[in-house]
Design a protein around this ligand. Structure first.
Ligand code: ADP
Ligand code: NA
Length: 330
């Protein structure tokens, strides 16, 4: 039979992905290409749920796609596309909104958090229904698996409920997706506050490694990372969050187990560790940035590649939508 399908998306809301995005999520996207039929999208429909600048959005959508290609997504292997270029996302979302309870949508904790940040009255209805659009993203491709972090569990649960509900009301139509728990994923912490996760919105400049920033700047941030009392280099997230974060980053970038690193750094100091982590980071980032630049140097070719990705996605999406429309009496 065919390989199981996986769907994932990422928002084009920054000029650069950060190291947490890469080591915590995007790196797994690359690996899943071996075992799954992959559908990966830059979710620009989601990016307009909050205020945005139109010129910046288009630029960031292209930059996001270029970065995804540069980390190793193969546009021949899977479908890589921009969400707004596949109108079926918005179309299925409407149908699913009509199957979602107002109370059910109101229980989504991410909306509460995000809306509270802008003042709940100012938050858009789009932000409110965002989890339903996410369900449409997944269900359109009959995805079997969705890679999920802790923060997205509730949304995947909604997608599963909506698929089951639709199937019960209208007949078997939508695949109920399972969470794909990634085992080799790393949660990366803020370099200046290693008890908080590295985040584009919450981290200070010194705490955040942006993949597109000057690698010298990244190296400096690593060398200035907050470490802990004592001098031993051991993995102890409770007692030594700073050192543990550096070990995790090092391990993820080199595929060397943390235990092996602990042994290698016996008798050495924090400075040695930081210097080496900075070095492996720069070794990863420099060729990555070169690849990004080569994609961005030819925007016409990049756009063509994304158009082909959208066509490929639409083959599947339009078949699902037709069946959904038929089932509901359109
Ligand atoms: P941010 O939290 O910086 O706004 P997003 O919410 O856009 O990032 O996250 C995009 C993806 O990157 C998600 O799959 C998320 O789980 C992952 N991710 C974000 N920050 C980290 C981190 N510090 N460590 C590991 N994964 C992360
Ligand atoms: Na987030």
């Amino acid at each position: 039979g065919r390989k199981p399908r996986v769907l994932s998306g990422i928002q084009p809301t920054a000029d650069s992905f950060h190291l947490g995005n890469y080591l915590g999520a995007l790196r797994q996207w690359v690996r899943l290409q071996d075992t799954h039929e992959t559908f990966y999208c830059v979710v620009d429909l989601h990016a307009i749920t909050v205020e945005h600048d139109p010129a910046l959005l288009l630029e960031r959508t292209r930059r996001s796609a270029a970065q995804l290609l540069a980390i190793g997504l193969d546009p021949e292997e899977g479908a890589l596309f921009v969400q707004s270029q596949v109108p079926e996302h918005a179309q299925l979302s409407w149908v699913l909104e009509c199957q979602t309870g107002f109370g059910e949508a109101s229980r989504m904790t991410q909306f509460k958090d995000k809306a509270a940040r802008q003042g709940t009255d100012r938050a858009s209805v789009g932000l409110f229904t965002y989890p339903v659009l996410q369900a449409a993203d997944i269900l359109l491709y009959q995805a079997n698996a969705v890679p999920v972090g802790e923060d997205q569990r509730q949304h995947l649960e909604l997608s599963r409920n909506l698929a089951q509900r639709f199937n019960n009301r209208f007949g078997p139509t939508l695949t109920v997706p399972e969470p794909h728990i990634v085992t080799d994923t790393a949660k990366i912490y803020d370099l200046q506050d290693p008890t908080a996760k590295m985040s584009k919105s919450a981290s200070s400049a010194g705490g955040l490694i942006e993949l597109m920033e000057d690698p010298k700047r990244s190296a400096k941030k690593i060398r200035s990372a907050v470490t802990d009392a004592g001098r031993e280099i051991v993995y102890d997230p409770e007692g030594k969050p700073g050192v543990s974060n550096l070990l995790i980053i090092y391990s993820a970038l080199t595929d060397r187990p943390v235990a092996e690193l602990e042994t290698a750094y016996e008798g050495k100091g924090y400075g040695d560790l930081k210097k080496d982590v900075a070095e492996v980071l720069v070794e990863f980032v420099e060729p990555f940035q070169q690849r990004v630049r080569s994609y961005l140097d030819d925007v016409a070719e990049l756009d063509k590649l994304l158009t082909r990705g959208a066509e490929r996605a639409r083959d599947v999406a339009s078949a699902t939508l037709s069946e959904v429309y038929r089932r509901i009496g359109f």
